[in-house]
Design a protein around this ligand. Structure first.
Ligand SMILES: NC(=O)c1ccc[n+]([C@@H]2O[C@H](COP(=O)([O-])OP(=O)(O)OC[C@H]3O[C@@H](n4cnc5c(N)ncnc54)[C@H](OP(=O)(O)O)[C@@H]3O)[C@@H](O)[C@H]2O)c1
Length: 253
């Protein structure tokens, strides 16, 4: 199986959880050293370090070709820049788009033909709670995560009967390095730091693949947000104000 953004955080937790079940991992990220450290630490053998940039279709295709047949692909690599859209520099918006969204397409494009040929495979797309409900300060990031949701929902149906399936994952606040470069910019409600550790999410993703689940919400409050916000975004506002405070949904109409 192959995980993008494998070198730390959620990707490393996914790699650890699958390696513990005996899987051989292809580990993709831009920087080689942390991938080598992870590969050396994983149980089992034969894990392959694949430095690649998912924003570059040729780079991720070469990584997949080097690895060989992919039975499970986890499109996990992602970046964020949290700030109001009016202040967001175009290059930062472009990076989120090309890594989170186009990077997902590039990864699936690279691995899917082989899966279809073998009539066997599973694609996991790591979206976000921000993909089911937008948060102020994350307009573009949330847009990339909602795009992943729409893509993965359609793809799962398109692949019906092919032997290939798709699971979409909606993590809430997880303790990783994702916001380390912008911690001082994060809203007060985020800095209260209610993040969950990534290990249990990695385990839950293994189970979701084994059971061919359509969606995984982790922690479960993200599912409640999806349900409430789906019924009424105004009710979603109330829920977020209750849990996170007014800054999470400041506008009342
Ligand atoms: N943490 C959360 O609270 C949370 C919540 C919801 C969703 N998510 C999603 O979960 C995914 C993983 O995030 P994380 O929290 O684990 O972040 P993280 O700790 O910052 O890890 C990001 C990973 O992506 C890799 N990466 C970044 N740009 C890349 C590129 N262009 N090509 C290939 N790899 C690249 C990084 O390695 P290199 O820098 O070496 O490339 C690293 O391995 C992301 O899609 C994120 O949006 C996270």
């Amino acid at each position: 199986m192959l995980v993008t953004g494998a070198s730390r955080g959620i990707g490393a937790a996914i790699a650890r959880a699958f390696a513990a079940r005996g899987c051989t991992l292809g580990l993709v990220a831009r920087n080689r050293e942390p991938l080598e450290a992870l590969a050396a630490e994983l149980p089992g053998s034969g894990h392959v370090v694949l430095p690649a940039n998912v924003a570059d279709a040729g780079s991720v295709a070469a990584a997949v070709a080097q690895f060989g047949p992919v039975d499970v692909l986890v499109a996990n690599a992602g970046v964020t820049h949290y700030m109001p859209f009016a202040e967001l520099p175009a290059d930062k918006a472009e990076q989120m788009n090309s890594v989170n969204w186009v990077g997902t397409l590039n990864s699936v494009w690279a691995a899917l033909p082989g899966m279809l040929e073998r009539r066997r495979g599973h694609v996991v797309v790591i979206s976000s709670g921000g993909g089911v409900r937008g948060f102020p300060g994350a307009a573009v990031y949330n847009g990339t995560k909602a795009a992943q949701r729409g893509f993965a929902e359609a793809l799962r149906h398109e692949l019906h009967g092919t032997g290939v399936s798709v699971t979409t994952v909606y993590p809430g606040e997880i303790e990783t390095a994702l916001h380390d470069h912008e911690w001082e910019r994060m809203p007060a409600w985020y800095q209260r730091d209610r993040r969950s550790p990534p290990g249990p999410l990695g385990e839950a993703i293994v189970e979701a693949v084994e059971k061919d689940r359509r969606e995984l919400f982790h922690p479960p409050i993200v599912r409640l947000l999806r349900v409430v916000n789906g019924i009424s975004p105004a009710l979603g506002d109330v829920m977020l104000r209750r849990i996170l405070g007014r800054a999470a949904a400041p506008r009342r109409r």
